[in-house]
Design a protein around this ligand. Structure first.
Ligand code: GLP
Length: 263
């Protein structure tokens, strides 16, 4: 696993956006580049950078197909906290050449959640899998909506949200955890780790425990993102603030080995 430590959130985002743009630009195969995408506050800066690169003509999304990680169950697209809304508002609507038909987001209003999830997996497979999955994590280490103790080989399915996650996410729902949907549709840990590459953003003091668990802890369903230790092309992009709980040796090791990546 690579860990790329940047000075702050801004540089973490800049590095990540450049990395993604580089991957899209170097994709020469006769099929679209398949990009997995997250929501949350962590990727917002990456989306801003990618939009700027796209507007400057430095990366095109014309041959990119996207799959989002998750969606709240029971929220219509138009709801300003649906992930469909988030993705259009923060990213897709600002790109010059993203094709709407290439955007895939689980339908939170489906009356057949299991079927919706099965079709999502089939659609990912129909493109030959995901080339690069970008993700963020929750303070409890959840990746997408795979809360602690979700199987590390899970596939796309319906997930119950923990009370902790509903409390954390209530900041977007008038600070009322009861207004946060109790269920979501989410790709599984197995869906993410099947991707050719995974890039996870971890920033801020409140993610320090999670970063230590992913990088230094054992592979455990307690911290579902720790499954990335078994992936042979996983990168954690993080900022200094998130490094508060890793060992000084670990910190120094990654600063040294990734010194050429430091912005
Ligand atoms: C939600 C999403 C996750 C995301 C997490 C962290 O729970 N389902 O995919 O990683 O929030 O969000 P943030 O980046 O705002 O801390």
């Amino acid at each position: 696993m690579r860990v790329v430590i940047q000075k702050d959130y801004e540089n973490m985002c800049k590095w990540s956006a450049n990395y993604i743009a580089g991957k899209i630009n170097s994709h020469k195969e006769d099929r679209p580049f398949v990009l997995g995408l997250p929501t949350g506050s962590s990727p917002i800066g990456v989306y801003k950078e990618l939009i700027a690169l796209n507007k400057a003509g430095k990366v095109s999304f014309a041959n990119v197909v996207t799959f989002n990680m998750d969606e709240y169950l029971g929220l219509p697209r138009e709801h300003d906290q649906s992930y469909w809304y988030f993705m259009h508002d923060n990213f897709f609507d600002h790109l010059t050449d993203m094709k709407p038909e290439n955007i895939n987001i689980l339908n939170g209003m489906t009356d057949d959640p299991e079927g919706e999830c099965a079709r999502y997996e089939e659609k990912i497979a129909s493109y030959g899998g995901i080339d690069l999955f970008m993700g963020g994590i929750g303070v409890d280490g959840h990746l997408a909506f795979n809360e602690p103790f979700t199987s590390l080989s899970s596939r796309t399915g319906v997930r119950d949200l923990t009370t902790d996650t509903r409390i954390v996410n209530s900041r977007f729902f008038g600070n009322d955890p009861e207004k946060v949907p109790a269920k979501a549709l989410s790709v599984g840990i197995g869906t993410v780790t099947d991707s050719k590459e995974v890039l996870v953003l971890i920033s801020g003091h409140n993610k320090a425990r999670a970063l230590a668990a992913v990088v230094e802890g054992s592979v455990s369903q307690r911290w579902t993102c720790s499954a990335l230790q078994l992936h042979n092309a996983a990168i954690i992009a993080c900022d200094e603030e998130a490094c508060g709980e890793i060992m000084v040796d670990t910190y120094k090791y990654f600063l040294d080995i990734e010194k050429n990546e430091r912005l």
